[in-house]
Design a binder for this molecule. Sequence first.
Ligand code: PNS
Length: 161
Amino acid sequence: MPRQKIVIYPGSFDPPTNGHLDLIQRASEVFAHVVVAVLRNESKTALFTVEERMEMLAEATKDLENVSIDSFSGLLVDYAREREGRMILRGIRAISDYEYELQMALMNRHLNPELETLFMPAAEQYSYLSSRLVKEVNRLGGDISKLVPPNVARRLADKSS
Ligand code: PNS
């Protein structure tokens, strides 16, 4: 089996948070190439369009040369095959994340036994952080400036003005 150079980090990223960015940064130190892949999910109502989310991720990772931003629809295993990636990265914040993440990892392995999922613990200081809570706090007028990169904070402010 050839050594893995590329890792795919899939997610909704609606919007990207400091927790996501921390994971991307750490992964970029371990892998030759990190592909951040935004899911195009027609059935889920999102605050930001996929294009906006990709722009925010691109802005926030512009100094990381080995990180690229992409989007996908359909099955993650099919996308990984297309990109010739055999390693999926997911962040785990707390043990409560583990059950769902394990279920997805095992389903993905069932669909493609050659695909591995790597769990990386989220940074302690972001272990309570989620895109859903960031949106809620922002909508209700709370301060989210320490929870998301500045470019995301600006876009959130635009959405709520
Ligand atoms: O940031 P999220 O919403 O927790 O990310 C979930 C994501 C995008 C990783 C997951 O929903 C996914 O991979 N969706 C693609 C559809 C798919 O492959 N489903 C079967 C695998 S369980």
